[in-house]
Write a protein that binds this ligand. Structure first.
Ligand code: ADP
Length: 423
């Protein structure tokens, strides 16, 4: 028992309003697909088309080789079960009767339930944690309990594929994670194919194998969570600035929003600044400049150090060196190449050791190329030098060659040169 779904050039309109356009994708048996996208982007409409509750205006949906429109209702209900956004069953039934409704594709009209039906209903109630509610009336339940009953009804349908529309929306955090882990285990252990509309991008990222990002009725991005959940995609589709860190357990991208998209737009078109740092010295500078909307690059940073993690979080273009290795001449050249592409360079107050003296040389090269170089010397270089004086010498030479000492507080001004000149 498996399902293969092909959505081909699907369009859908409500009256004159086109809500989905040119949607193309495949669902393979055993997939766990998350449909994400802002409010009104067409997620529910797509799911309802896939559940044959709505009929495409153009294009087609093929289930196991046959157009959805040609499937008899009851056979289709043995393939696909839908957990929609409607949380009521219309009438105030007992919970076990609601769950038992999931068995309708297997029952003859007016026949009494068979042993297999009873087993499926019980199992579904146990899996979703609503067995103890079985004699309660649906209307007496909380939103979250009702949600689990509706999921139980879908599981009682024993289909190879589940379609769910924001199944975690009324659940507290504990139940959200529990429900997604249940879906994950049904997917992994029983091979259930799952297609779920999700609001929470971080949960979608952690649990879905593949994401489909909709924007204004079209597929904006499709692929693994790390391919879909990028800063650029989220900025364009959700108009929000985010940083992205890998989940500590499985590396799935986790999103931390920090500003509305419009807040940073005023500085778009601002020239790029290259930050030289390491060991955490550049992190507050990067944070501040990102918030000011300044496009940045960074280098040479050591893989795994906190500046490297900060640069990665913001998706900055950067030069990375292996931990414990001195900066190699190849990485130094890469750093110079990024500096060439920037309008100015900021040297963070990094600790200076024999392994990273080339970072100071890079700042010297920038000066030779007539780029403005800003030094933040807090704490002073004398307290940061571990090269027996060579670092201090190079630092002082930078100042002699025209590098400008600025304070942290003045940093924002490098994004607004006209203000600096006015001072
Ligand atoms: P999402 O699930 O991404 O929030 P929907 O699929 O619910 O988006 O809605 C997509 C667009 O279709 C929205 O503009 C919405 O207002 C419109 N829409 C949804 N349902 C209907 C309907 N029954 N009649 C008319 N327009 C609708």
């Amino acid at each position: 028992m498996s399902v293969r779904i092909k959505v081909h050039n699907l369009s859908f309109r409500y009256g004159a309003m086109e809500v989905l356009r040119g949607i193309d994708f495949m669902v393979q048996p055993g997939d766990f697909v998350g449909i994400i996208g802002p409010n009104g982007s067409g997620k529910s409409t797509l799911l309802k088309n896939m559940a044959a509750l709505l009929t495409p205006s153009a294009g087609e949906i093929i289930l196991n080789g046959k157009d959805l429109r040609r499937w008899p209702r009851r056979s289709l209900a043995r393939q696909l079960a839908l957990v929609g956004q409607e949380r009521s069953a219309g009438f105030n039934f007992l919970v076990e009767d609601v769950v038992a409704m999931g068995r309708y594709p297997y029952q003859e009209r007016f026949s009494s339930p068979k042993e297999a039906d009873r087993r499926a209903v019980e199992r579904a109630m146990h899996l979703t944690g609503c067995y103890h509610l079985r004699e309660r009336e649906l209307f007496s339940l909380s939103g979250g309990e009702r949600q689990r009953v509706i999921l139980a009804r879908a599981l009682a349908q024993e289909t190879p594929c589940l379609l769910l529309d924001e199944p975690t929306s009324f659940l507290d955090l504990g139940y959200q994670v529990e429900l997604l882990e249940l879906l994950q285990s049904l997917n992994r252990e029983e091979g259930l194919t799952i297609i779920v509309v999700m609001h929470d991008l971080n949960l979608a990222s952690r649990y879905c194998g593949r994401l489909l990002m909709l924007s204004q009725g079209k597929i904006y991005a499709c692929g693994m969570p790390e391919e879909v959940l990028t800063r650029d995609h989220i900025r364009s589709v959700y108009r929000t600035e985010v940083m992205i860190d890998p989940h500590p357990l499985d590396g799935s991208p986790q999103i931390i929003p920090f500003a509305a998209g419009a807040a940073l737009r005023q500085n778009h078109g601002c020239p790029k600044v290259h930050i030289i740092g390491g060991g955490g010295s550049a992190t507050p500078l990067i944070n501040e400049l990102v918030l000011a909307g300044v496009p940045l690059s960074a280098g040479v940073l050591t893989v795994g150090d906190s500046d490297w993690a900060t640069a990665r979080r913001f998706g900055l273009e950067m030069v990375e060196e292996t931990p414990f290795a001195p900066i190699s001449s190849a990485r130094h050249q890469d750093n110079l190449a990024l500096i060439k592409g920037a309008a100015a360079v900021v040297l963070a107050p990094l600790f200076i050791g024999p392994g990273n003296l080339l970072n100071l040389e890079a700042a010297a090269t920038a000066l030779e190329e007539k780029k403005p170089v800003y030094l933040i010397n807090e704490p002073p270089v004398e307290e940061r030098d571990f090269t027996g004086g060579r670092g201090i010498e190079l630092y002082r030479a930078l100042i002699e060659k025209g590098a400008q000492l600025i304070t942290r507080a003045e940093l924002g001004q490098i994004a607004r040169p006209e203000e600096r000149e006015g001072n």
